[in-house]
Write a protein that binds this ligand. Structure first.
Ligand SMILES: Nc1ncnc2c1ncn2[C@@H]1O[C@H](COP(=O)(O)OP(=O)(O)O)[C@@H](O)[C@H]1O
Ligand SMILES: [Mg+2]
Length: 242
């Protein structure tokens, strides 16, 4: 990483709208965000508030109408497709609500493949995949295909895959949103553990306030803008003095 970089991710005055039929939908209306190295940030907000839109823009999967995305100190607004693809591959890890694992490959292969694509040799790629899967509690499961794994196990494999190329920033979009509450808690805590252990930064969208509370910082998307939850908490605490 660029040693002068203060933030792993910066969004600067990001705007995004969609049209639904005739109707213009202003989803992001001047979103500013900075994520520091090693920081784990919760992105909360009701369904439809724009969390996925924000994560797609931060992950260079979509372009903002206005504003800029800065990754590792590099402004991506004017970056060409090749550079955006390289940043996605080398700098970012993604976890989605639905795992998108390759059905014909076992857990180990699903975590090895992205490393081979990034140019890593088979032996170290396998070693890394085994370590990640073991660390996520899947040591006995590495030769199973996705269909032979439970929903929670599949999602753990997806987490291992996202971390396979040692990203600097993990973007996760409701990563346990389709799991039952108990499994969701376990997988989420495993995710937070490994993020902390590997020292990467993360921006994780979730509905679950309790899990959000376990992260370093909570940001709420409301009316197209991000609100830091900490100041309002301080105001509330301050009010107790009166
Ligand atoms: N490609 C699209 N075209 C039109 N509307 C969209 C598109 N993607 C998202 N939206 C709308 O934008 C709003 C924000 O969506 P989204 O970012 O998915 O929110 P969240 O992830 O918080 O549920 C929603 O009203 C959604 O219907
Ligand atoms: Mg969403």
């Amino acid at each position: 990483m660029n040693s002068k970089t203060q933030s792993v991710l910066e969004l600067k005055e990001v705007y995004k709208h969609y049209f639904q039929g005739e109707q213009k939908l202003e989803v992001l209306q001047g979103v500013d965000l900075k994520i520091a190295p090693h920081e784990v940030v919760a992105l909360i907000g009701p369904s439809g508030s724009g969390k996925s839109t924000l994560l797609q823009i931060a992950g260079l999967l979509d372009h903002p109408d206005k504003g800029d995305v800065v990754l590792d100190g590099e402004s991506c607004g004017s970056a060409n497709d090749g550079m955006r693809t390289a940043l996605r591959r080398d700098y970012l890890g993604f976890v989605y609500q639905y795992h998108n694992l390759l059905a014909d490959f076992n857990a180990l292969e699903n975590v090895v493949l992205p490393q081979l694509i990034a140019g890593i040799k088979l032996a170290p790629a396998k070693e890394k995949a085994e370590w990640l899967l073991g660390r996520l509690g899947l040591k006995e499961r590495i030769y199973h295909r996705p269909a032979e794994l439970s929903g929670g196990e599949q999602q753990r494999v997806a987490i291992a895959r996202a971390l396979a190329n040692t990203p600097k920033l993990l973007l996760a979009d409701e990563p346990t949103g389709n799991l039952d509450p108990h499994t969701s808690d376990n997988v989420f805590l495993a995710l937070l553990d490994i993020v902390k252990e590997t020292g990467l930064s993360a921006l994780i969208a979730t509905h679950n306030m309790e899990l959000a509370g376990k992260m370093d910082r909570q940001l709420s998307l409301k009316d197209g803008k991000l609100i830091d939850m900490r100041p309002s908490k301080r105001i509330k605490e301050g009010k107790n003095f009166y």
